[in-house]
Design a protein around this ligand. Structure first.
Ligand SMILES: NC(=O)c1ccc[n+]([C@@H]2O[C@H](COP(=O)([O-])OP(=O)(O)OC[C@H]3O[C@@H](n4cnc5c(N)ncnc54)[C@H](O)[C@@H]3O)[C@@H](O)[C@H]2O)c1
Ligand SMILES: O=C(O)C(=O)C[C@@H](O)[C@H](O)[C@H](O)COP(=O)(O)O
Ligand SMILES: [Zn+2]
Length: 366
């Protein structure tokens, strides 16, 4: 087992990473505050992993909330089911919520924990690659709105993140690819050496080679933990973690949540960001080819949906959370492994890059 830390003063927390980690029940119970626990999961993950978590908690009063699966359910009505259960079972301020699932369950459980009785503790047990490398760390929690992705939420850090890498053996291939998008993101945004490692090991990652996956998860979490510790509330450099997301969130919102997986939309978004970086004179065409190649080797889309228009993209991007003064802000690449934040993208250049991506476009997904 490997343990990393997110250093946030008295809100610091460990990220434990290992195979069959939850055999050691103390890793979980050490972070539970009172007898009250509420496990939040979904109807896909529950049959797979809920019994193991329940058997680690036989000494506790455990409520269980099983949510419907999918990004399309990451909204108020689903969130409210968690509050209904907490209140029905009389959970108090000392309760601990446990998020058992992917990023959708994690983001909603975290938001429920942030707001139930004005905030209670929660623990992340991420079960997808994407949630193990990204969403379980850093305390961004929330839900979608029909007009924008993750538009309602709160920053609320977990008490611990428990990453059991063996849980990934049951993950569908498409979800492995979606998780690899965020892994590739860390290489592109600030870790050129990791990008090279990923290029050399992509086939092994796609085949779920355990030691390679464990390495990629730990290295991703290290980068995320360092950035979150430096800028918890995204006043500055945390926005680098949004590489590919300005375009990706536009795709998710326009296409309907769950039609394109988050990681797929981010994959296409990073390819578009690379092309815009080339148009800015920062990347060479060889660099852009390298970005597209690694994404394609992870079986990710590298172009926008062919049904979207440039105006639809721009409409969604104008309400992106990074827009603070009316000007769109982009995370682009000065070089492979070096992301920057800029507002200085000429409108005509942006439109041309988007139009080219749409013209090469990817047909609808789900
Ligand atoms: N808070 C953050 O910092 C952050 C970061 C990245 C992404 N996100 C959010 O995370 C969400 C995407 O997360 P995701 O990719 O995990 O999607 P997800 O939570 O929808 O999970 C993907 C699918 O895998 C299933 N699943 C989960 N674990 C499984 C397992 N071990 N075996 C088999 N099936 C399993 C799920 O039921 C679901 O069908 C998006 O809503 C995105 O906005 C948040
Ligand atoms: O943790 C962050 O910061 C990120 O940006 C990580 C992203 O991968 C993630 O998708 C996040 O939810 C996007 O945040 P948002 O603020 O753009 O909704
Ligand atoms: Zn993301």
């Amino acid at each position: 087992m490997q343990t990393l830390h997110v250093e946030l003063g008295d809100r610091s927390y460990p990220i434990h990473i290992g195979a069959d980690l939850l055999q050691n029940t103390k890793l979980l119970t050490a972070h539970i505050k009172s007898r009250q626990v509420c496990i939040v999961t979904n109807d896909t993950v529950a049959p797979l992993y809920l019994p193991a978590i329940q058997s680690a908690l036989t000494e506790y009063d455990v409520s269980v909330v099983i949510l419907p699966d999918g990004e399309a359910h990451k909204h108020w009505q689903t969130l409210n089911r968690i509050f209904d259960q907490l209140l029905a079972d009389r959970h108090n301020r000392n309760t601990t919520l446990v998020a058992l699932g992917g990023g959708v369950v994690g983001d909603m459980t975290g938001f429920a924990a942030a707001s139930y009785q004005r905030s209670v503790n929660f623990i992340q047990i991420p079960t997808t690659l994407l949630s193990q490398v990204d969403s379980s760390v850093g305390g961004k929690t929330g839900i979608n709105h029909p007009l924008g992705k993750n538009m309602i939420g709160a920053f609320h850090q977990p008490k611990a993140v428990l990453i059991d890498t063996l849980m990934l053996t049951s993950l569908p291939a498409r979800e492995v690819s979606a998780g690899l998008a965020e892994v590739i993101k860390y290489g592109l945004l600030g870790d050129a050496e990791f990008l090279t490692w990923l290029t050399d090991h992509m086939d092994r990652l796609m085949a779920l080679e355990h030691s390679d996956l464990a390495y990629a998860i730990a290295r991703s979490c290290e980068t995320k933990a360092r950035i979150v510790a430096a800028d918890e509330r995204e006043g500055g450099m945390r926005a680098l973690l949004n590489l590919g997301h300005t375009f990706g969130h536009a795709i998710e919102t326009q296409m309907g949540y769950g039609t394109w997986l988050h990681g797929e939309a981010v994959g296409a978004g990073m390819a578009i960001a690379a092309e815009l970086s080339q148009a800015m004179g920062w990347l060479s065409s060889r660099d852009v080819t390298q970005v597209r190649d690694i994404l394609q080797r992870a079986a990710l889309p590298v172009d926008a949906p062919d049904t979207m228009t440039v105006d639809q993209f721009i409409g969604h991007m104008q309400v992106d959370k990074k827009v603070l003064t009316g000007r769109m802000r982009f995370v682009l690449l000065r070089a492979l492994g070096q992301a920057v934040i800029t507002e200085d993208v000429p409108d005509a250049m942006l439109r041309e890059v988007l139009a080219n991506s749409i013209a090469r476009g990817v047909a609808g997904r789900r």
